[in-house]
Design a protein around this ligand. Structure first.
Ligand SMILES: [Zn+2]
Length: 185
């Protein structure tokens, strides 16, 4: 069976930035976690993308990132903003990169339709439920030897992967019915 025939393709764009490889690695990790249900493709023009990574002016403080859905020319797009302020304060460069990377994964998870969870193991965990924010980043950092490992060590927990696959299954069913073009829920 050709699994690719049943996969959804998501076009995304990353604003040029020294840390852009982290955004690409984040998208690849969601693709890997989808077990063939999702294909991600980077595009050169932001107008062609459903999901757009932007890097916030480092003057801004107080949040790691955000995902905002909006209609642009009749199309639903998700604008992700990644803020490097907190990462810049870290002395360990790999921990700083981890903060940016996991923020990319979490915010793109929202753009894919994932909701917050109460399970601290999940990348979609919400700190509204309390928990150790430092450990959320440190547990991933401990698995890294170099930046290459952002492509190798999955930040997506079992619960996140199950949530993603359920969303993709639902979207594929609705796109089959409507003939394609269904937006993210
Ligand atoms: Zn969130």
């Amino acid at each position: 069976m050709n699994l690719l025939a049943f996969a959804l393709t998501l076009l995304y764009w990353v604003d040029p930035h020294p840390e852009a490889p982290l955004a690409h690695a984040a998208m690849k990790q969601w693709e890997a976690a989808s077990e063939g249900k999702l294909i991600v493709k980077a595009v050169d023009k932001e107008d062609d993308a459903e999901l757009r990574f932007r890097w916030l002016n480092p003057q801004y403080r107080g949040l790691y990132g955000s995902s905002i859905a909006k209609m642009v020319k009749g199309k639903l797009v998700h604008d992700l903003v990644i803020n490097g302020t907190m990462a810049n304060e870290e002395k360990d460069p790999l921990l700083a990169a981890t903060i940016l990377f996991l923020t990319c994964v979490h915010e793109s998870g929202h753009a894919l339709g994932l909701q917050h969870t109460r399970d601290f193991a999940d990348i979609m965990y919400s700190f509204e439920y309390g928990g150790d924010l430092q450990e959320y980043f440190a547990r991933y950092r401990r698995q890294l030897q170099s930046r290459e490992d952002f492509k190798k060590v999955s930040p997506v927990a079992k619960g996140d992967a199950a949530q993603l696959r359920a969303i993709l299954d639902k979207r594929m069913r609705s796109e089959t019915r409507s003939g394609g073009g269904a937006p993210n829920p």
